[in-house]
Design a protein around this ligand. Sequence first.
Ligand code: RP5
Length: 165
Amino acid sequence: MAQTERTGPLVGIIMGSRSDLETMQEAAAVLDELGIPYEMKVVSAHRTPDAMFAYAESAAARGLKVIIAGAGGAAHLPGMTASKTLLPVIGVPVKSSTLNGIDSLLSIVQMPGGVPVATMAIGKAGARNAGLLAAQILALEDPGLRAILEEYRAYMRQQVEESQP
Ligand code: RP5
């Protein structure tokens, strides 16, 4: 199987606000650990809707393979982005200050049939898993990346074994 080209960004990480960055950096950290090139950008569904559509419409042609979209509150960014691209979109509900991210989770997860968003857990664990899921999607066509992910799983198993009481 052909090795995935890893020179340009393969994953687009977008978020609704600069205030989401602390959470979304977890996704970036995973991609850094795995050596996967990505780009990060603030694109708001409500404040910059035209930029959101332009981003989603141009993503595949620019070489992106997966989009990770994080947002909080009335979190329309992942779903609206998914509506304008056939790339897989992974949604990260950012923990909001008023409703602890339950609002973000429900906004992102309740997509109507026809436009899927792979919705992660609320907050940093969800962002980390978004990075890993993006990597697993890329690994379908990249045996080298698959081997790195297998090493990561083995490392986690070892950590559990070593932490036994
Ligand atoms: C959403 O509104 C953003 O994704 C963010 O989580 C939330 C609050 O944004 P700020 O008011 O902090 O810019 O669109």
